[in-house]
Design a protein around this ligand. Sequence first.
Ligand code: NAP
Length: 259
Amino acid sequence: MDLGISGRRAVVCASSKGLGLGCARALAGEGVNLVMNARGAETLEASAQAIRDDFGVEVTTVAADITTAEGREAVLAAGAGADILVNNAGGPPPGTWSDWSREDFIAALDANMLAPVAMIQGLVPAMMQRKWGRVVNITSMSVKSPIAILGLSNAARAGLTGFVAGTSRQVAPDGVVMNNLLPGIHATERADALDGAVAKAEGISIEDARARRAATIPARRYGTIEEFGAACAFLCSQFAGFIVGQNILLDGGAVNATL
Ligand code: NAP
């Protein structure tokens, strides 16, 4: 299926690895030129070169921290006039509800709420003028079903979800379609880090920690970044124009809910 977005330009934040990379690669596979971002320049450039080699699209890299104003300024300068924005950043650390300080919450809000809001404010007005745009925010299944040790994520991403719910309806009349993708457990370094922490705390192997978590998912496995990227590319496609302000779970059935 040709998604009808060949030749468009996308900014994909936090995309040298993991879910962001999955989105970047799937968009490139549809002929979309990219601005890719991450903090670590070496891995970012290697991932970008692999995309150039595999798909023949133009890729600009911006090594910057997307949670800082300077980082976003650099990404916005490279991505001015983009048709597609994929918002992503690292997730907050695990912990206990009673321990988090105001500073911990501010850091989580900066990364997982205010950075995507600022990117939307930076790129969407020009999309509205051109009457076409797509925004996908990578959030988490924790928005629908809280994860106890990730209370900072539960809180910050709920804030972004509320912002997107209202804003998506305000930009839709101008052809800009904005939605959230809610990952359940996917096989990335982030998942390895969380499994590693559980393994250490409980004195079990990382394989056992992983197997235990996989057993809680009806699909009995972790998702892949290719599956995640394909869903993102569809939400950015010509055919997604009537999908507005939705929160789409990609979780192998982990959230046990009827709706
Ligand atoms: P990952 O494998 O650790 O990859 C994170 C990517 O983001 C890397 O390219 C990293 O590169 C970049 N990055 C991190 N912080 C950044 C920053 N401040 N500025 C710019 N780039 C940054 O993580 P992932 O599993 O793909 O997760 C992506 C997001 O989805 C996270 O917010 C995570 O909490 C959420 N999520 C993941 C899962 C899962 O199971 N994987 C489930 C639910 C939600 P640098 O380190 O070089 O910057």
